[in-house]
Ligand binder design. Structure first.
Ligand SMILES: [Fe+2]
Ligand SMILES: [Fe+2]
Length: 275
């Protein structure tokens, strides 16, 4: 059983700066012929504010000839309260209407794949409570299936016991809750995106994989000492063990966000300033 994990494609018809990497990515996926493709979020440049980005990305996803599952990223549905684009009912329902459910369970033989909406984790919302109850039930009723989890934000950056990691990881309290829940239920792999860096960590009770973006890398504008700034995808081969492979793709153009940040993600206008 072969799963290709793609992530952080940041597609948009309004801001197509990363679009040229989509077709070569699809060609590479076709050359491998996976059983399933999982997109771990930031499908769009700004689906959180522009419905067109979600509609356009949905059209491009149709290029994939394989069953495909997606979880949302912060650029698709917004982020936790207190951020520039807080997730809300409107953003969430737009994702659900255009792309599909923001959390899901998918059984493949002896495997149960679980997709989570990581942008509500730590929000204190009723959506978060509902997702946690759903997750506990989905794990409890797995009937011996082996479990893989996919979500946009990584559980931790440096260490499972770290404090607040701000923009990058989950908040400490829900992180520890999920770590305990995953460990108690024999989860074998937690795969995420968001960092635009490739990394495999086997230190936790389960393997954590940071999927590498197929859209762009982030240059020195962000100090991130962990993982590798590569473009490509990850391949998870399910057998007696889960084998995870980072696959850099030299058919993708190594676009660096730093060079186009002012066009794609300009700073938000200051309230009250003259426009
Ligand atoms: Fe991203
Ligand atoms: Fe992200």
């Amino acid at each position: 059983m072969k799963i290709i994990q793609i992530t952080d494609t940041h597609l948009s018809s309004l801001k197509p700066q990363f679009e040229e990497n989509w077709k070569p990515l699809v060609a590479w996926i076709d050359s491998l012929g996976p059983d399933l493709v999982v997109h771990t979020g930031d499908l769009t440049v700004d689906g959180a504010d522009f419905e067109e980005d979600l509609v356009h990305s949905r059209e491009l996803l149709r290029d994939l000839q394989y069953p495909t599952l997606c979880v949302p990223g912060n650029h698709d549905v917004g982020d936790v309260p207190g951020t520039r684009q807080p997730i809300d009912g409107e953003r969430l329902s737009r994702w659900r209407r255009i792309i599909g459910p923001d959390r899901w369970a998918h059984d493949l033989g002896e495997w149960r794949l679980i997709g989570l909406n990581s942008l509500i984790i730590g929000s204190g919302s009723s959506e978060e409570d509902e997702q946690l109850a759903w997750l506990e039930n989905t794990l409890r009723t797995r009937e011996g299936r082996r479990v893989l989890v996919f979500k946009h934000k990584p559980l931790f950056i440096e260490d499972p016991d770290e404090g607040e990691s701000g923009y990058w990881g989950l908040r400490p309290e829900p992180r520890l809750q999920l770590l305990a829940l995953f460990a108690a239920n024999g989860v074998e792999l937690v795969a995420s995106g968001h960092l635009h860096r490739a990394r495999i960590v086997d230190r936790a009770p389960f393997r954590c994989v940071w999927g590498l973006s197929s859209g762009f890398v982030v240059g020195p504008m962000v100090h991130m000492p962990y993982g590798d700034a590569l473009l490509g995808a990850a391949v998870h081969t399910l057998g007696a063990t889960v084998e995870s492979r980072i696959v850099p793709l030299d058919t993708l153009r190594p676009i660096v966000l730093d060079d186009v940040l002012h066009e794609v993600y300009p700073p938000a206008p200051v309230k009250g300033a003259l426009s």
